[in-house]
Design a protein around this ligand. Sequence first.
Ligand SMILES: [Ca+2]
Length: 202
Amino acid sequence: MKNFYLSSSIAIAMMLATSVVHAEKTANVTVSAKANGNFSGLSTTAIPLVAAIEVTEAGIINVSASGTWNFGVNFPSGPGGVTWNQQGNGISPLMGAAGLGFGAPGGGYTPIGALIGAFIPRSTAKQPGFKANIAYNGYYSSNGNLNGELAFSVGIPAASIFYIGAESYVTVNGPGTLYLGINDEGVDDNSGDVQVKLTSYP
Ligand SMILES: [Ca+2]
């Protein structure tokens, strides 16, 4: 037991020493229900994913979200999203990440209205022309049409999107930016926003 406590003391001392050199970082952002990063060719009012926090090294980012937004008229949800088994008119960001195409079996869109994220390495996020929209190599249109502007931009790969919900701890392996948005394939009928607090721990 003595060794155990000694080891614990050393571990804590090392953690304290590390925290002196590598500071925590916090950020508060508002994420609009229109921010689906154009992961659907069907929304004319879609906006890019929101740059929530930039980190300079590997670590963990705690994401804590609250509030209510609407993923359609009279369809409210919290950042955790809701179960949705109806077939929509496009491909939601989480569908694209899962490799699901248009007409996927019921439930493919769920959880609809959820807070989603993508961690983009600094080497990509800092490239000239980068936009926090879906990159060319992903699904974003039910009919296969490509938006010319998006098709030639440096963007967010479909496979990099993941579920965040109301609370998540995101492990990152290097410098980059965490982007946030909503899991919805059509945002023209969306409204409101959610509030998100982020804390990065190196
Ligand atoms: Ca919608």
